[in-house]
Ligand binder design. Structure first.
Ligand code: PLP
Length: 412
């Protein structure tokens, strides 16, 4: 018996497994509602016009090169990224209380958060929504952080279990870490509304908990960067009086550069009661610790996507184009939500389908059972996650009718 012979083979990652089965499916009409990536109305990946324009500008630059970035990444990216997430008038930013470093997209930012928490704020449980993005558990548990679910999705009403959510926050040990989806909750597509957010944040403040925002869809949910940053900005205002606030920011979806791995991790330093405390010293200390983590793991973050996003954020005409691009994406998704619902109503499909249009962002938690999802794939070549989560950008004028008829068939 040789070393390695006993290693257990794990099943493929659920979503990447869907992609594999789909690519081997020879049926003429097949629909991918699995992985969360934007598609245009022809079902094709979309390179944003703002990205194309930024690429052109970067490559025309006589100093264009592929040198390493610094360990904490491209400073202009981090500054621009902080501005869009915290807002132009953010007190925390104006007071120098935000440390921003580039990360390996949103996943890398979450990993930095996990490392930072397990090093400097050890022993605190992390509360995650039930359900949540499948990777959250793995990222934090791999750093020895205990994860505890909080109620979120109420299946019977297909709405937010606000009471359960608040109760769990109030019962959590003081100083716990609460992971919040900033907008476009994955997988449910269900966000707290602007009246529910203050209640959630107040409950967090009342126990001196620490908020960790995961922002993977800013601008992608509503088409507006400001609207989609509402919870984060309110959270910083209410919570960073006492506790730090962490923000993990991905540019995968809103810039459509999934594979280039552009993101940032932000640490908001709490307001200080004593004037003699030197904020810039804390700021530099935190930045140096983050750089130590990055150095030993990835050495320095990837440059190409960072240069493009930075160009977009720091060139007014490109920023304006980007805002239009986000509206193009979010409005096509909204349109497909409405078309799917209308078609299901026309077919008299049993059940209420309002939640499809009430939810926002990339996903809809359809309420279909795993048995129904299996049948969708087997009988109709419509692929989605076994939880019933459908990636709405996979719908288009050419396939929405097929999908509606397939859903109609499996729910009857
Ligand atoms: N957080 C959430 C909620 C997500 O849905 C995703 C991607 O699907 C991410 C973080 C991380 O994405 P990435 O690492 O591609 O930026």
């Amino acid at each position: 018996q040789k070393l390695l012979n006993d290693i257990e083979q794990l099943p493929p990652d659920a979503l990447f497994g869907i992609r594999q089965r789909l690519s081997q499916d020879s049926r003429a009409v097949k629909v991918d509602l699995g992985i969360g990536a934007y598609r245009d109305d022809n079902g094709k990946p979309w390179v944003l016009p703002s990205v194309r324009a930024a690429e052109k500008l970067i490559q025309q630059d006589p100093n264009y090169n592929h040198e390493y970035l610094g360990i904490n990444g491209l400073p202009e990216l981090a500054v621009g990224a902080a501005r869009i997430i915290f807002g132009e008038n953010s007190n925390a930013l104006n007071e120098g209380r935000v440390v921003s470093v580039q990360s390996l997209s949103g996943t890398g930012a979450l990993h930095l958060a996990a490392k930072f928490l397990s090093t400097f704020l050890a022993g605190r449980p992390l509360y995650i929504s039930e359900p949540t993005w499948a990777n959250h558990k793995g990222i934090f548990q791999s750093q020895g952080i205990k994860t505890v679910p909080y109620p979120y999705w109420q299946a019977s009403t297909k709405s937010l279990d606000l009471d359960g959510f608040l109760e769990t926050i109030r019962e959590a040990p003081s100083g716990s870490v609460i992971l919040l989806h900033a907008c476009a909750h994955n997988p449910t597509g269900l966000d707290p509304n602007e009246k529910q957010w203050p209640a959630i944040l107040e409950a967090i403040a009342s126990k001196n908990h620490i908020a960790l925002f995961d922002s993977a869809y800013q601008g992608f949910a509503s088409g507006s960067l400001d609207r989609d940053a509402f919870a984060i900005r309110l959270g910083v205002e209410k919570l960073a009086k006492v506790s730090p606030v962490f923000v993990c920011q991905s540019f995968a979806k809103n810039v459509g550069m999934y594979g280039e791995r552009v993101g940032c991790f932000h640490v908001v330093i709490p307001q200080q009661d004593e004037a003699r405390v030197d904020i810039s010293k804390i700021n530099k200390a935190v930045a140096s610790q983050l750089s130590k983590i990055t150095r030993s793991e990835v050495s320095n973050p990837p440059a190409y996507g960072a240069k493009i996003v930075s160009k977009i954020l720091n060139t007014p005409e490109l920023t304006e184009q980007w805002h239009k691009d986000m509206i193009t994406m979010s409005s096509r998704i909204t349109k497909m939500r409405h078309e799917l619902r209308e078609k299901l109503i026309q077919l008299n499909t049993p059940g209420n389908w309002d939640h499809i249009v009430d939810q926002c962002g990339m996903f809809s938690y359809t309420g279909l059972t795993s048995e129904m999802v299996k049948r969708l794939e087997a009988q109709h070549a419509v692929y989605m996650d076994s939880s019933g989560r459908a990636s709405i950008p996979g719908l288009n004028q050419g396939n929405v009718e097929h999908v509606a008829k397939a859903i109609d068939e499996v729910v009857r």
